[in-house]
Design a protein around this ligand. Sequence first.
Ligand SMILES: [Zn+2]
Length: 248
Amino acid sequence: MAIQLKSKIVNYELIEQPTDSNDQSTTSNDKPVEKNKAVKPDAEIIQMHEKLERPEMLLGSTYKIKTPQSEHALYITINDVLLNQGTEHEMRRPYEIFINSKNMDHFQWIVALTRIISAVFRKGGDVTFLVDELRSVFDPRGGYFKRGGKYKPSLVCEIGDAIECHMKMIGMIQDKNMDDCQKEMLEAKRKEYDTINNPHKQELKKDSENEISDFPENAQLCVKCNTKAVISMDGCMTCLNCGDSKCG
Ligand SMILES: [Zn+2]
């Protein structure tokens, strides 16, 4: 299956740009081309690549980022191109990104960043590495805490989060959620912790639903998921958010 796909892409590019210096690949491609014809002449799978022409209309999603560092929110729009529409190989791939804000502080860097990210999107291939690259950027002034007790090391990190969220939505990144069993275990631990340390916590929580943190007030910051959700119980430090645990 994978071999078929590979040869078809090469075939496609050659048709698009016969003048390119791909002479070496032309000779080596003779055999795969024949194979393609034998399979299905109309089953050309189009992959994301930079020569792909931008369709007139693209579907997009906009993500809002609000940080305590600025009174103005940041709006991140990612537009997708739909490839192989109506076939079994139909896929949505990000094509371009725009970032808008009333806050002009970082304007030139943001424009530069969006252009480069868009160019990487159009190159095709596995572009999910962008998420990790952006999320590992730390603001030298120190990050900030979001609602829910989640620590963000920088604004760039949040742009990475938005891209990850988008890639999950279009199926480029598989959601590595905790399994139900682990969730149940953490929920039980948390109830136990609440009854021991703060019996009134549950009543309080109902009054102030969605307030600041879902986790115990004195929870510590988890180094793994950057959330203030680590509690100490039975000699172990357990993160109620991601389940990371250290004992002793
Ligand atoms: Zn954690």
